[in-house]
Design a protein around this ligand. Structure first.
Ligand code: UN1
Length: 526
């Protein structure tokens, strides 16, 4: 039996080096312990105070099993948003006034706390999102690594305090990056730890105070991130935590006059609405990561088995509910038959089921609305193209209790809406292309530009892909995930065009700086 400790075991989205027997043992223990915690009620936190809202609660139901109620969360109203914004404003002077090294030290501690609790958080996340074990662990590991990486950015840049050139001998010029004030942090359901942590930790170490709002479907994982901050020493008020319906409190929060900036990951539709509405008297920072319609191109010179593996993993990991997922394949007509045969073979071999169980790769989609979206895409594919694989609901045995659909592969026309819009369900569109010109033109002919994958054995083709693809996070010949698996410090996760707001991504060297505004300080000393 392995002697490795739970904390020392490290899982990333692409790692296969861990002692998996020990991993599953620790995971089983965490799941068992979790059973005793189910069904509790959780408050919101404003200014460090736990608050219970009168009226109905938000039931946190597992997509794996609709009868499994993980917990009951508060449905915050607009007045709670007002209170949270007031608390964040009251706390901003003291937090921004702390030496940056102190903020970094507190946040590094939060990362350690997340690592201490990672099996617990991964276990509850697996139930809450319908994520498989390794993906759930990757999500919380990434969270801790994001914090450390952003802390390293602060250290490397000495807190973004830079001595500038003196124009005359009698002056001293210093450039400082300073926080904006209060940030609203709005996270999606699919990476409820990593995306919440990435956005919030960068905002915090930059010296901002926060109102954190997790997605309606994943409040519990969001709460665990809040708790890690507070337990590490982030004062209540500096972080505030509210749960509720986006339709009730979302706009009130993002458009609040007391909010100085918004950082949001979610749909392009919502992100663009926030962007257009939030700045009235002056321009406020609005950092957006808005999904993708990510292509993978397969050329005749490619290792087709590697290409099929890469597409299989990036199309079906988390049931395609990743902004980074491959949702379009552009395969050269000369190798299309063989590539599709391999892709279908690998898709057929996927273990579908309750993703909380050992060895299952593919679980349910997040909710009933996602099933509807899937049905609409499949119906359109039958009408406009040809469904090659899947397309139905899965209801055998225990699957009937959850939101299960089969992975669907369909040939559909490039100019149909199926190939232009992000569906966020397990639907993969395939088109055949004539050559690299055709592939690049079609790959770029969408509003999005987040990730892209390329499989080719030709150096000149690879260089053209690098230069001409319109996407921020690109991968060549990666069988462990054609377009997925970005990691802090290794792959900045940057959305171009409709996929992002600032052209600088999370996981990258320029991220933290975006949460600050510049101040040039000139002082005459002689
Ligand atoms: C997302 O895809 O929604 O690169 C976020 C990846 C992960 C997820 C990013 N870091 O696949």
């Amino acid at each position: 039996m392995s002697t490795v400790s739970p904390k020392d075991m490290k899982i990333t989205y692409t790692s296969s080096h861990a002692d998996l027997a020990a991993f599953h043992r620790f995971f089983d223990e965490a799941l068992e312990a979790l059973e005793g915690e189910l069904g509790k009620e959780y408050p919101i936190y404003i200014g460090g105070e736990a608050i219970v809202v009168d009226g109905p609660k938000l039931a946190d139901i597992s997509p794996v099993d609709r009868d499994k109620v993980l917990g009951h969360f508060q449905l915050a109203e607009k007045e709670h948003v007002d209170q949270a914004v007031a608390a964040a404003n009251a706390a901003k002077k003291s937090w921004a006034g702390k030496p940056w090294q102190e903020r970094v030290a507190i946040l590094r501690k939060a990362a350690e706390i997340m690592r201490d609790r990672k099996f617990h958080i991964a276990a509850l996340m697996a139930w809450e999102v319908g994520k498989n074990r390794l993906e759930a662990m990757g999500d919380i590991e990434e969270s801790a690594d994001l914090i450390d990486y952003y802390c390293d950015s602060m250290d490397e840049h000495s807190g973004y305090i830079t001595e500038m050139k003196a124009l005359t001998p009698i002056e001293r010029n210093v450039d400082v990056l300073r926080p904006y004030g209060v940030f609203a942090v709005i996270a999606p359901f699919n990476f409820p730890a990593a995306l919440m942590t990435g956005m919030s930790s960068a905002a915090l170490m930059a010296g901002n105070t926060l109102i954190m709002k997790p997605a309606q479907d994943t409040p519990w994982t969001g709460l665990e991130i809040y708790k890690a901050y507070v337990d590490a020493g982030v004062p209540g008020g500096v972080v505030n935590f509210i749960t509720g319906k986006g339709s009730v409190i979302g706009d009130h929060l993002t458009l609040h006059p007391g909010v100085d900036g918004v950082v949001f990951t979610g749909s392009k539709e919502v992100g663009m609405r926030i962007f257009h509405q939030m700045s009235t008297n002056w321009i406020k920072p609005c950092l957006l990561e808005l999904g993708g319609k990510n292509p993978t191109i397969v050329m005749p010179s490619a290792d087709l088995d590697a290409a099929a593996s890469g597409v299989m993993r990036s199309a079906w990991g988390l049931q395609n509910q990743k902004c980074s997922a491959t949702s379009r394949v552009l395969v050269h007509k000369d190798v299309a038959d063989e590539f599709l045969r391999l892709l279908i073979e690998k898709t057929e071999a996927i273990h579908i089921g309750n993703p909380v169980r050992e060895g299952v790769y593919f679980g349910p989609v997040i909710n009933a609305a996602a099933v509807k979206k899937y049905d609409k895409a499949v119906a359109a594919a039958h009408e406009l193209g040809e469904v090659l694989y899947g397309g139905g609901h899965l209801t055998e045995g225990d699957l009937a209790k959850g939101f299960y659909v089969s992975p669907c592969i369909a040939k559909v026309p490039h100019d149909s809406w199926l190939m232009k819009e992000e569906h966020f369900v397990p639907f993969l569109g395939v088109i055949l292309v004539d050559d690299l010109d055709d592939a690049l033109a079609k790959a770029n002919d969408v509003d999005y530009g987040l990730t892209a994958g390329f499989f080719s054995g030709e150096e000149a083709e690879i260089e053209r892909f690098y230069d001409e693809i319109e996407a921020g996070t690109i991968y060549v010949n990666k069988p462990s995930g054609a377009t997925t698996g970005a990691w802090p410090g290794s792959q900045p996760f940057t959305g171009w065009k409709g996929s992002g707001g600032s052209g600088k991504g999370g996981c990258g060297p320029y991220y933290v700086a975006q949460f600050m505004r510049e101040q040039s300080r000139t002082r005459i000393i002689g």
